[in-house]
Write a protein that binds this ligand. Structure first.
Ligand code: SAM
Length: 266
């Protein structure tokens, strides 16, 4: 199937229609509404009024200066650009997160997208992976103050992915704003169980499309197959989620060390 990002992109439709048979849907029936031509996520945004999201906002604003978590400091911008953007995956149909899925957020930073997903889907078993010690400290504080269950791992993905305790152990791996797609696939696909899915959160469709083209070889080499791409235009700009199914094991020599990945991207 031809994957042309420009072909079907509208405010309310997926960019690429189903490329492989449907993954099992794990999302609860929050409401019958589908995104219908607007610029908002009509189901997941309902969560933004939940007190736990307000608490998250307050913790983020309180701790931001100390931990250098985000350049976005306007509360409404945080709700839209961080919370709603993280939750958008829950509006994608079929939802790629099965019930009680194990989910790893690689390069979680201030907790995005993993923590909003966990707040909306408490059934998820969440692990947050973060290379920077101070940000991992923040994530531990966040998890404690929100009273959610989540494991926080302070490690580099390229090292943790060779640990048998984590390699090919997750149903779903997500990452946002961590690296360009070829390197991101090398960092993330090794964590995904065969049969599971990796979701890369990206920005506007044009750039996401170029990254996808550049990552085709890496995806195949690492045991993945492009399943679908969802996206929408929002008042804050285009958003794209690239879903890659793990169809076979990742060869043992990947991911390579950081220097090699940078010098010789797949
Ligand atoms: N995902 C968050 C978001 O969307 O707001 C944070 C994005 S921030 C730009 C990128 C984060 O990825 C940083 O916190 C950085 O420390 C982390 N990171 C970068 N490379 C990493 C790696 N190889 N392993 C683990 N974390 C990494």
């Amino acid at each position: 199937m031809e994957h042309n990002l420009d072909k079907t992109y509208t405010a309310s439709e997926s960019l690429i229609e189903q490329a492989t048979p449907s993954a099992p849907s794990g999302c609860p029936p929050w409401g019958a509404a589908k995104r219908g031509g607007g610029t908002e996520h009509t189901r997941s945004v309902a969560f933004l009024t939940h007190p736990l999201f307000q608490a998250y906002l307050e913790i983020l604003l309180r701790e931001n200066a100390k931990y250098n978590l985000t350049a976005i400091t306007d509360p409404e911008d945080i709700r839209q650009k961080h919370f709603a953007d993280s939750l958008a995956l829950l509006d994608d149909e079929p939802c790629p997160i099965p019930q009680t899925a194990s989910l790893l957020d690689v390069g979680s930073g201030g907790g995005f997208p993993g923590v909003p997903l966990k707040l909306a889907r408490p059934d998820i078993s969440l692990t947050l992976l973060e290379a920077t010690g101070r940000k991992a400290d923040f994530l531990r504080l966040l998890v404690r103050e929100l009273g959610i269950e989540a494991a926080v791992m302070n490690a580099r993905a390229e090292q943790a992915a060779h640990d048998p305790a984590f390699r090919e152990q997750f149903d779903v791996v997500v990452a946002r704003a961590v690296a360009a797609l070829p390197m991101l696939c090398e960092l993330c696909l090794p964590f995904v169980k065969p049969g599971g899915v990796f979701v890369a959160y990206k920005g506007p469709k044009e750039k996401a499309g170029m990254e996808l083209e550049a990552a085709r070889g890496a995806i195949a080499l690492l045991g993945g197959a492009l399943e679908r791409v969802h996206g929408e235009a929002t008042v804050y700009g285009g958003r794209t989620r690239i879903m890659i199914r793990k169809i076979s094991q990742t060869p043992a020599n990947y991911p390579r060390n950081h220097g090699v990945m940078r010098k010789k991207p797949l």
